[in-house]
Write a protein that binds this ligand. Structure first.
Ligand code: DWN
Ligand code: ZN
Length: 404
């Protein structure tokens, strides 16, 4: 029985996916030896945190060949420009605010502040994406954020008005150390915001592909409120985001600085309605996941039997879970198209489907595209109108398998 990383209580099992490879571990050589771990999720009945029971070492995932560059989506670039504007608006009354971003990736958010001469610091352990951030004019330090890093930043730069992270907090296994660091580095009146895939959306849509090695935690208002309280912080607001298949932005302040906005109680009520505060709320999740995998594989097998050719769109981290758990390989998906140079020419983790450049998306005769980057559906559908106009079909699978 594994223990909760936040409060040490014994975890209750939610779902076990069995052996999984590193989600972003795209292979140059499909015959190369791959690392596998057991991917399972547990629920803490005490602090209500949902989490992986076993997580590979961070260096296995975030290193000089980290495959994901945030700026591959135009919609996301726009989303993060909006985040930067919000930070500027909220700090407009502080003189010379200092903004710290954890996991700044290629600088998709901070470059907007850097361009305006705002004092900032990006903390990014993956050196290849950190390099890209520097090229975007961002001040970056290549580190993992924790209490010790926070002390060092405090000494060198002073306290922060805003500390933020998007799709980062849920990646950090030692989350208590991150929160201890926030408490060290934050100004008395400063605020923290972070956004991550929202547990409520995952359960609601059965979007189990959000579960993979990099996502150690699946946050909710309930679990974040408990976690913050352990470190003298308070959850003061929540704002739902459409990005990444349904995310939640959490706002924290030092305890007692600001009364929580009504959104906190409202979202927590919705979470309780979905029963994500009790193990019973997770009982039907696994059966729904298995139905999706069964239906998707059956559809692909059927298309193959009819001689149809199918390609994938977007070699996402999420698709590593979907493809490996459902058992979908190159015999069903010819290749996956992706715009990321570090993925093109490689093979997907575990299932070894070739990743090809965007130009090869729909070679003659391909009428079916499995939309693995389903979270970017709006942007992709808008771009690919011609494919649909010519009779092409996209296959999506949350909350159920459909062709459109
Ligand atoms: O949390 C995380 C999120 C934010 O990003 C990380 N752990 C890793 C990563 O997850 P992901 O790989 O599932 O993210 P995306 O944004 O769903 O990946 C989209 C993929 O699709 C990228 O490889 C780029 C590609 N793509 C494309 O080829 N054409 C994306 C779009 C929008 C396109 O038009
Ligand atoms: Zn716990």
């Amino acid at each position: 029985m594994s223990q909760c990383r936040v409060c040490s209580a014994a975890l209750e099992p939610v779902i076990d996916f069995g052996r999984m490879p590193i989600a972003n571990g795209f292979l140059k050589d499909p015959k190369a030896k791959e690392f596998f771990y057991n991917m399972a999720v547990g629920f803490c009945p005490s602090c209500l945190m949902v989490q992986l029971t076993e997580a590979p070492a961070p260096e296995m995932m975030f290193n000089d060949s980290y495959a994901f560059f945030s700026s591959t989506s135009r919609a996301m670039a726009e989303h993060f420009r909006g985040n930067a504007e919000e930070v500027l608006a909220r700090t407009s009354r502080s003189s010379a605010p200092f903004i710290v971003e954890l996991g700044c990736n290629d600088g998709i958010m901070l470059k907007n502040l850097a361009a305006k001469g705002v004092k900032h610091l990006g903390i990014e352990p993956s050196s290849n994406v950190a390099r890209a951030a520097r090229q975007n004019g961002v001040n970056v330090t290549e580190k993992f954020f924790n209490a010790a890093t926070a002390q060092a930043i405090l000494k060198e730069y002073g306290p922060a008005d805003v500390i933020c992270g998007s799709n980062v907090f849920c990646h950090i296994e030692d989350i208590n150390s991150v929160f201890a660091g926030l408490a060290i580095l934050l100004k008395p009146e400063g605020y923290v915001y972070f956004e991550d895939p929202y547990l409520w959306d995952i359960i609601q849509k059965s979007s189990f592909d959000q579960i993979y090695d990099e996502h150690v935690y699946y946050f909710s208002g309930l679990s974040v409120r408990n976690l913050a309280a352990r470190h003298g912080l308070e959850l003061v607001d929540m704002a739902h985001q459409e990005v990444h298949g349904g995310s939640m932005r959490y706002y924290l302040k030092r305890k007692g600085v600001q009364a929580p906005a009504s959104a906190v109680a409202e979202w927590i009520a919705k979470e309780k309605e979905l029963k994500i505060d009790v193990i019973d709320g997770y009982r039907v999740f696994k059966s729904k996941v298995d139905v999706i995998c069964r239906d998707l594989k059956a559809l692909l097998v059927d298309l193959k039997a009819k001689g149809a050719r199918v390609v994938g769109y977007g070699a996402t981290s999420k698709s590593t879970t979907l493809l490996n758990y459902a058992g979908i390989g190159p015999e069903l998906i010819e290749h996956i198209s992706d715009t990321t140079p570090t993925k093109i020419g490689r093979f997907t983790p575990g299932m070894h489907i070739p990743v090809k450049a965007y130009e090869d998306l729909v070679p003659g005769g391909v009428r079916y595209v499995l939309l693995l980057a389903w979270n970017h559906k709006k942007e992709i559908m808008a771009k690919e109108r011609a494919f649909q106009a010519q009779g092409g079909k996209f296959i999506t699978y949350f909350p159920a398998v459909v062709m459109e």
